[in-house]
Design a protein around this ligand. Structure first.
Ligand code: KIV
Length: 280
């Protein structure tokens, strides 16, 4: 049975920490399903880690819907949240249309959108229409061209805005809020002031849960480890070692072996040769 947001909210109320990871495809979703991860985010970070873009800005709704549907097909247990991509929710009507596709075609249980008080009309109409919304404050990657990639809310005015934005999202009906790249004290302050779960990434341990990007925490890239990540495995190195063992085995004639191969009857082979000889 798929986890519901009500179950997650109750678990936070009971003092449990939620654990979320991004997920973009069927195979990874099947792995998540075998783990104890609570909820997955089909994040628009797929633009960077799956499609090789420099930011999340080029990600389309079609990209998100296809990824969401494959994650939903691969998992039965975790709640699946899908990102509304850049400029797909500039008005309440646009947000409803984009969310409709993510829920109806992608099969997600909640959408996530970036922004605070200015997104209240969108959040309200989504929630009124029955779409669970997760907010996203602090560093909001879709605005990277405007705000740069840096910790947000270090100054008093900016910190107050983050808190006000969180309260506005909660009042508008968001069921949870991601806090990305904010000082840990600010994340703890938000967490104490809102009644909905906060999920941090680069926001310290004071949030109600944590989210990490799959490729970062499992060590798929060798050249980049964000400060807010811990590598729990080095799957990239493991994969390269496996590929190179494959190359060596093929070159040495050690793969494939009989075990990996099927054979036909020697009589059939003789028949094939004689048929060909006759035709020639
Ligand atoms: O798209 C994403 O991966 C995200 C997380 C960083 C929260 O929005």
């Amino acid at each position: 049975m798929r986890t519901t947001l009500q179950q997650l909210t109750q678990r936070v109320a009971a003092g449990e920490r939620l654990v979320m990871v991004t997920c973009y495809d069927y195979t990874s979703a099947r792995l998540v399903d075998r783990s104890q991860i609570d909820l997955v985010l089909v994040g628009d970070s797929l633009g960077m880690v799956m499609l090789g873009h420099e930011s999340t800005v080029p990600v389309t709704l079609d990209d998100m819907v296809r990824a969401a549907a494959s994650v939903v097909r691969g998992s039965r247990r975790p709640l699946v949240v899908g990102d509304l991509p850049f400029l797909s929710y500039t008005t309440p009507a646009a947000a409803l249309a984009a969310a409709h596709r993510l829920l109806a075609e992608g099969g997600v249980q909640s959408v996530k959108l970036e922004g605070g008080a200015q997104m209240v009309p969108q959040v309200e109409s989504l929630v009124r229409a029955g779409v669970p919304v997760m907010g996203h404050l602090g560093f909001t990657p879709q605005s990277v061209n405007q705000i740069g990639m840096r910790v947000q809310g270090r100054e008093a005015g900016a910190a107050v805005s983050v808190i006000q934005d969180a309260l506005a999202l909660e009042a508008a009906g968001a069921w949870a809020i991601v806090l990305e790249l904010v000082p840990e004290q600010l994340a703890a302050e938000v967490t104490a002031r809102v009644s909905v779960p906060t999920i941090g990434i680069g926001a310290g341990a004071g949030c109600d849960g944590q989210v990490q990007v799959w490729h970062d925490m499992l060590g798929l890239f060798e050249d980049f480890v964000p400060r807010h990540t811990r590598r729990f495995r080095s799957l990239g190195a493991e994969a390269v070692a496996g590929l190179d063992e494959y190359v060596a085995a093929v070159r040495a004639g050690q793969f494939p072996t009989r075990e990996n191969t099927s054979r036909m009857d020697d009589d059939v082979l003789a028949q094939v040769r004689s048929d060909l000889a006759e035709r020639a």
